[in-house]
Write a protein that binds this ligand. Structure first.
Ligand code: 6CS
Ligand code: FE
Length: 290
């Protein structure tokens, strides 16, 4: 870490709303022509971009088969990459699919996805994290409101806001099955969260997050300022979202399962350092350091 002071201090004793110090779209040096100017402008302003029906019906069928295979194969595995629900043994997330699974590794490196990430981040990119989130019917639990960057900065040492996620819908994401909610424009505010990070926090947080979540007043402010939207759609849709957008999702009490692949692309100019919370770095399957 340099002697420069950290503009995004968090996990202390007080909540604070800080203006974003970094660009959202990093120039057009990498204009590969995958996104239109209008799409990039929308992303810049709102912090996300929804691309319905991005994959073809054949690709979608293959994606769903591979998802079922991973789910079945891992039912009884105890690898650390397999995160289970806090109230049942159901699989909640499988991390590092870009490293551990040949099919999903190819998907994460799909040149269309990589090109879009490069266009927005204005440089080469690498995969900081990947996972599939399975939100089972009836029993899949919520992901409370958070900014991914807040966690990646505090717990992984990601220096600046120069990363994005691409979420690929493997099932329909509808109004009933706990779809992602985003606050459009919230990526322009950094919310400092209260509370020192416990040791090995990830062992709890990936099941149910309790540190690195904003307080009620900050969330009320953001919702007033930005509103809330739910980009729902068919399997094969894509959602690109900025690392600092405020997002979350409710529990799924519907009978319809919901699952999405998430791939996090980070700029090669923004590689992780020592975690800013002063904690031990999280394992490689959650945050790439190699
Ligand atoms: O801790 C993390 O890195 C993960 N947790 C959440 C709730 N979202 C982003 C990220 O995958
Ligand atoms: Fe998240």
């Amino acid at each position: 870490m340099s002697i420069q002071t950290d503009p995004y201090v968090s996990r202390g004793s007080r909540s604070q709303i800080i203006e974003r110090q970094d660009p959202v779209v990093y120039g057009n040096s990498r204009d590969n022509g995958f996104l239109t100017r209008e799409q990039i402008r929308f992303y810049d302003e709102n912090g996300f971009l929804f691309l319905p029906d991005f994959f073809s019906p054949n690709e979608i069928q293959k994606l769903q088969q591979e998802q079922d295979r991973l789910w079945m194969d891992n039912q009884h595995h105890n690898d650390p990459e397999i995160i289970r629900e806090s109230q049942s043994d159901l699989i909640r997330s499988i991390f590092a699919v870009h490293r551990n699974d040949p099919f999903f590794s190819t998907l994460c490196q799909d040149s269309r996805l990589v090109s879009m990430a490069q266009e927005i981040l204005g440089s080469d990119v690498y995969i900081h994290q990947s996972r599939i989130n399975f939100k089972s019917g009836f029993r899949g639990k919520e992901f409370y409101w958070h900014s991914d960057f807040e966690t990646w900065h505090a717990e992984d040492g990601m220096p600046r806001m120069r990363a994005l996620s691409i979420s690929i819908a493997l099932t329909e994401n509808n109004l009933f099955n706990g779809p992602l909610m985003v606050m459009p424009g919230s990526h322009r505010y950094f919310i400092s969260c209260v509370g020192a990070t416990p040791k090995n926090h990830y062992q709890e947080s990936l099941r149910k997050q309790q540190y690195g979540i904003p307080d009620d007043d900050s969330l009320t402010f953001l919702a007033r300022q930005c509103g809330i939207e739910m980009p729902t759609g068919s399997p094969g849709s894509l959602l690109l979202f900025d690392c600092n957008i405020m997002h979350g999702s409710s529990s799924n009490i519907s009978p319809y399962p919901r699952s999405n692949v998430f791939v996090v692309y980070n700029s090669v100019e923004n590689r992780v350092e020592a975690p800013f919370a002063g904690t031990e770095p999280r394992p490689e399957y959650i945050a790439t350091r190699d």
